[in-house]
Design a protein around this ligand. Sequence first.
Ligand code: ZN
Length: 147
Amino acid sequence: MLSSSERQPNAHFPVDPPVGFVEDSSGKNLLTELHSVTVMRCPRCGAVDAGTAARCRSCGNDALDRTEAPGRGRLVSWTVVRRPAGAFAHRDAFAVALVDLDAGPRLTGNLEGWEHEPPLGAAVRVTGEIDGIPLFAVEDSSEVPSP
Ligand SMILES: [Zn+2]
């Protein structure tokens, strides 16, 4: 499990300009290969947030841009909702996951394949969406970083 000191709460995209094109080592656009997730990006300082704050946590700017980030990250935590209620009452048991995106923000989503007890720290990617919530799955060749 990643400790809070390893995490950068106001992480920035590693490349500039990052939005809409993120290439891997072969120059392929990962956003055409990966499902993306919607995040908020500060046009003033470039900080990226999951979208829960009204202002930039780095510089205080209140005019944030909605943008897309590659749906890839690390599994921080997950739990199973065995008896969904309220807006989720129509669903069977499902898992809620906390994921640190490689792009920086920490966000919640659903997790498929939880029956196989995925380890914390596993690499995950977005495979789709359920009820407007990103659906993550553990990558096949996932390497778990040592604590
Ligand atoms: Zn900012």
